[in-house]
Design a protein around this ligand. Structure first.
Ligand code: PMP
Length: 381
């Protein structure tokens, strides 16, 4: 039997890509996609050129959904939707679908992305800011303590972001609804932006009413949005919600109410198969933890680099760091690029460097970065 993924020898020009998103995809997945580009399933066409309603593509979409469900242990009382518009689109689509009848929602601000979510939601109803983690300089370095959360118990839901991609700050499994100090009422759905952490470690889906995110970090190419929604939350949309963004209509039409981003779904399906072959989420989570530990360790042990995030909440996906001598930033980026380590420049709002190390970044890539950092420090420190 042919192996699912084969690695040819044409991959030596591939670099280690630390892009925050669209991000690196597994080389094996790209090779497989390339190999069947012109003649998919012996049909003499590419997967992009067939009807989304044909038997062949319907199989691809159904398998992708099943594999996603299997990988994240998504219970049967949750619907998986494949949509478009990205996570920023969902910042509007979520309130349009879930804010009624209360007309208000709770938003916890822990970084750039959740701040943006709250701002967008305020266009549709009343937004209660549960807490804002920004410090005096406007930086997000730690999570606002729960004792400071102000939850409006009459609001429709609580929104939060599990991993703040720009700030490099994450809940790290601490989104624990059952905990006494969590003040959200038990029946208030928690809605979470999972864009930059989905499939990187286990998450208990049943703790949430809705999870959403863009695909372009851990799942596949841009253009695809995933929504995981508890079925009882369907059917509450505002009358002005576009039909194509009405969760109930999307669910009833098996995410094919309008033409879905077929190539992105196909590629996401290959990434899911790749991850299953790797041993699934628990297996990759171990590698991810190792990768993050190695990088933070390299940063913490040096006097040349530093990271400012509260250690309990350091992101395992987006590792932000600074050079003490900011004058060396350009040199660092130039030399790292020459060493085949690309896209390390930090987000303009935060500055410094950021290494995004999603599932497709192998341990060897992070080892190469850590060695480069040490050697750069020796040469310039
Ligand atoms: N939320 C988070 C956590 C993100 O990382 C991003 C993308 N970087 C977004 C929202 C916005 O996603 P999109 O560009 O797909 O709308």
């Amino acid at each position: 039997e042919e192996p699912l993924f084969v690695t040819s020898h044409q991959t030596s020009h591939r670099v280690f890509n630390f892009s925050p998103g669209p991000a690196a995809l597994p080389t094996e997945v790209l090779e497989k996609a390339a190999s069947e580009m012109l003649n998919w399933r012996g049909m003499g066409v590419s997967v992009m050129e067939v009807s989304h309603r044909g038997k062949e593509f319907m199989e691809v979409a159904a398998k992708a959904k099943d594999d996603f469900r299997r990988l994240l242990h998504i219970p049967d009382h949750y619907e998986i939707l494949f949509m478009q518009g990205g996570a920023i689109g969902e910042n509007s689509i979520v309130p349009l679908n879930l804010m009624l009848p209360q007309g208000k929602a709770n938003y916890l601000i822990t970084g750039q992305w959740s701040a943006r979510s709250a701002k967008e939601a305020a266009r549709y109803g009343e937004v209660q800011i549960v807490a804002d983690g920004a410090d005096a300089q406007g930086r997000y370095q730690s999570m606002p303590p729960r004792s400071h959360w102000k939850i409006d118990h009459k609001a429709a839901y609580l929104h939060l972001c599990v991993n703040e991609t720009i700030d490099g700050l994450a809940f790290n499994g601490l989104v624990d609804r059952g905990h006494e100090s969590h003040q959200a009422p038990k029946d208030m759905p928690v809605v979470a932006d999972l864009s930059s952490t989905v499939l990187s470690e286990a998450i208990d889906v049943s703790e949430f009413g809705l999870l959403y995110g863009g695909a372009q970090k851990n799942i596949g190419p841009a253009g695809l949005t995933f929504v995981i929604i508890r079925k009882d939350l369907l059917g509450r949309a505002h009358p002005l919600c576009p039909s194509a963004f009405n969760y109930k209509i999307v669910a009833e039409n098996d995410s094919m109410y309008n033409t879905p981003p077929t190539y992105s779904i196909y590629l996401a399906g290959l990434v899911f198969e790749w991850l299953i072959a790797k041993g699934g989420v628990d297996a990759i989570a171990k590698v991810n933890a190792q990768k993050a530990e190695l990088l933070y360790d390299t940063i913490d042990k040096s006097d040349f680099y530093y990271n400012t995030i509260d250690p309990a909440y350091r992101s395992k996906m987006n590792v932000c760091f600074f050079l003490r001598d900011e004058n060396l930033n350009a040199q660092f980026l130039k030399e790292s690029h020459e060493a085949g380590l690309v896209a390390l420049k930090g987000h303009r709002v935060v500055g410094g460097m950021r290494a995004s190390i999603y599932n497709a970044m192998p341990l060897e890539g992070v080892q190469a970065l850590a060695s480069f950092m040490k050697s750069f420090e020796q040469r310039h420190g």
